[in-house]
Design a protein around this ligand. Structure first.
Ligand code: NAI
Length: 269
């Protein structure tokens, strides 16, 4: 069901790779709610994924940009304002990648070049995106910026590896930059801490299938799906959440506040 919550709003959506991507579902929901946007992803993802189909479906243009490359981001922001016909109201940062995870290197045996690259792609990119928007005065007042994160930033999930550290950095950047964006431009910045979700990035984590089932059994409402995450993001982009900022918002069916559930206890009886 659509409510026209984003009618007249313009945005940039990072990270739609294929139809499982959280950013893909978000783009579809934002479109249904009347928002217009530019889709962006790393040039290599353009070749691997199916973003063109999404662009056709949502009447969006695609601008390739590597989120670790400042020049790409400057071009993206400038061209987005031209295409959309004005300043930006909402931005979704939905980007994550760890080479250590991908190549099965343990947390206690990092290849630091890979660690550095993962930090750059998954976390520092968020600072880079916001700094570019801020310097170019590209955000409208009462605009909203959201990045996606995971609870391994607060608690130990051994197989989440260096992504845990990347997410802790990402969440900190949301607070720190959110302060300045709030003061200077009345723009809010939040992170959504999402349930495990079967996407390309999610399934890359070792033991994902067992883990997603465990999380399902631990959460009183069950795991939050990618589509439900998209719905939540729409509310954060809408005018109904104007004073929500500097927050890490758990969207996980209650998982983060449960010590143990009956279903999990029963497995040990
Ligand atoms: P996904 O694999 O569909 O999306 C990750 C995106 O990052 C891809 O579109 C990829 O092309 C993009 N990306 C990688 N390197 C890039 C670069 N240099 N420049 C620009 N884009 C780049 O997976 P998913 O799950 O939709 O991931 C989106 C976000 O949600 C990530 O931040 C992820 O950590 C987060 N998240 C995912 C969860 C899950 O279980 N799937 C749980 C909690 C958070």
């Amino acid at each position: 069901m659509a409510y026209n919550l984003l009618k007249g709003k313009r945005g940039i959506i990072f990270g739609a790779l294929d139809e499982n991507s959280i950013a893909w579902k978000t783009a579809e929901r934002v479109h249904e709610e009347g928002g217009t946007f530019v889709l962006t992803n790393a040039p290599i993802a353009m070749r691997m994924g199916s973003i063109k189909q999404l662009a056709e479906k949502t009447n969006a243009q695609i601008i390739p940009a590597d989120a670790t490359n400042l020049e790409d981001l400057e071009k993206l922001v400038e061209e987005s304002m031209e295409i959309l016909g004005g300043k930006i109201d909402f931005v979704l940062h939905s980007i994550g990648m760890s080479i250590n995870v991908r190549k099965g290197r343990a947390y206690t045996d990092q290849n630091y070049d890979w660690t550095h690259k993962g930090l750059d792609v998954s976390a520092m990119s968020f600072h880079r995106v916001m700094q570019t928007l801020h310097k170019k005065d590209a955000m409208n007042e009462w605009g909203s910026i959201v990045a996606l994160t995971y609870m391994a930033a607060q608690r130990v999930f051994p197989d989440y590896n260096d992504m845990a550290d990347n997410k802790a950095y990402l969440e900190s950047v949301a607070r720190s930059f959110g302060y300045f964006f709030g003061k200077d431009r009345k723009v809010r910045v939040n992170t959504i801490s999402q349930s495990p979700t079967p996407t390309t990035a999610g399934k890359g984590v070792k033991g994902f299938d067992a883990f997603i089932n465990y999380a399902e059994k631990m959460s009183p409402l069950g795991n939050a799906t990618a589509l439900e995450c998209a719905d939540y993001t729409v509310t954060l982009f809408s005018d109904l959440t104007k004073k929500v900022t500097l927050q890490n918002l758990f969207h996980d069916g209650g998982f983060s506040n449960v010590g143990v559930s009956q279903e999990v206890i029963e497995k040990f009886e």
